[in-house]
Design a protein around this ligand. Sequence first.
Ligand SMILES: C[S@@+](CC[C@H](N)C(=O)[O-])C[C@H]1O[C@@H](n2cnc3c(N)ncnc32)[C@H](O)[C@@H]1O
Length: 502
Amino acid sequence: MNLSALPMTSEILSLAKYLAASRLEFSLSEMNQYLSKGYKEKELFEILKMNFFNLNLYCSPDHKCSKIVKTTLPSDEAIVKELEEVLKHPGLPLRIEKLVNSYIEHNFGKNWSTGDTGRLIRENIVSQKEEYWKGEGGSVYPRIRIVSYLLYHFPVYFCQYQRLLFELFKSGLLFNKMKIIDAGSGPGTISLSTIDFFRKLQDIYSRNNMDVKLSIRFGSIENELENIVCYKELIKNYLSGSGDISSNIIMDEPVRSSIENAPIPKDADLIVFSNVLAELKSTPPERANVVERIASSSKDPTLIIIEPADLDNSKALRITQQTLVRNGFYVYGPCSFMWGRTCTGNNCWSFRELGDISAPDFMKRIADTADSYRYMNIDMKFSYVILRKDGISKHNYHAKGKFMALSNLKMHIEKHINVAASVMSENLGNEKILVFKICDGTAREPCYAIMPVYHMSENNRELSEAGYGDIVEIFGVLVRENKNQSSINLLVTRNTIVRIAD
Ligand SMILES: C[S@@+](CC[C@H](N)C(=O)[O-])C[C@H]1O[C@@H](n2cnc3c(N)ncnc32)[C@H](O)[C@@H]1O
């Protein structure tokens, strides 16, 4: 191979490509044997870094390089258990907490939580909340709005998203080599959370003596310059102290654009729209086109859409979801369409609750005032959908004849019947009467399984143990109509049998 005629960077690139294809492993210093000019290993590493991903190359911090082939991340039981244990105590990692704190201090000084600045930030937190709930977040994010966002929304969004990544991990939908798109990235919640997730996972692999090499490339789209500046600062600082894992994480230059008009990313493995669709001016069905366009040049991406849990935003998400389904996407979770029919997505309010995170110190500082509760945001409560193009779904359950579709319940009021359905809420009742939203994709009105605690028995306990989206088979349940709420209640008594399916 004659490399001498090539300009500097392309000479290095071509050589790296050649060595990656022809050697199992090589060290960057070896490259000097073939190059027209000598380089330090560190220089070669920096020159090549942005190309590792495309070259299918993994280079360790001590500059040993080898080919990396995309494979599912190992998720054997012991690893899953350890990771689950880590995620059981959700909260921001200390390093992220410190970085956010430095960002705030850098912009508003060490005493940001007191005096006029503290007052302004608090006012902004309150008005920002109201805007979200009305689904009119707008896109005006001057620095004070970013700081309010970091203080109030960022910690919970960061933690809840890791639980969705955990689901993907368990199902074999995370890979050692991934391209991830953070659409509507804001200050970088999703990108930072993903890097932290991989860091946690890599620590676990190391503890278990598993050598798992990662090559992750992030792209992001955001229309507000201030957010992009914050995103870049937080991520750069986070990666600069993250040791080994940072060596093969590539951050593309953020795309400053509206998602509607952004260049379409190519070959993404994971595309995340976290708390952004509700901010678009378009209607919920139109938002499906925005998502579809962004996913159109990726062969089999996993799409995650997350929205707030409130009635309006949650219902809007299901409409967008079902428009995407009609356009050829498949729901991986949390919904299951066990009768082979898809729903309309109309009038569906369902959200997931994952408990509280521990409040970061900066949140406690801003909440150290009268009406403290207004500035504390620690409960993970959100609506989401995970979509695929290839039809993979979390549950592959098909309901059969011994069960009745929920769409037929109205003809069987006051009768005992059997149903199979997904549990689509936590307990919506109280300690004495448990209430769970259930759905099988056919119901025209909301359906609830109601279980008075004094009826709980070994026969039916699994109803209360089912996770969000889990499918239960319920035998011998009494159908009741709730005319006031236009809903159907299924009364679970001590004679009712409930089994978690799958
Ligand atoms: C609520 S924040 C969510 C940020 C981040 N994804 C998270 O979950 O924390 C919404 C972000 O989307 C951005 N955004 C809103 N509309 C947008 C659009 N049409 N195109 C690109 N970004 C948009 C906003 O500027 C803001 O940064």
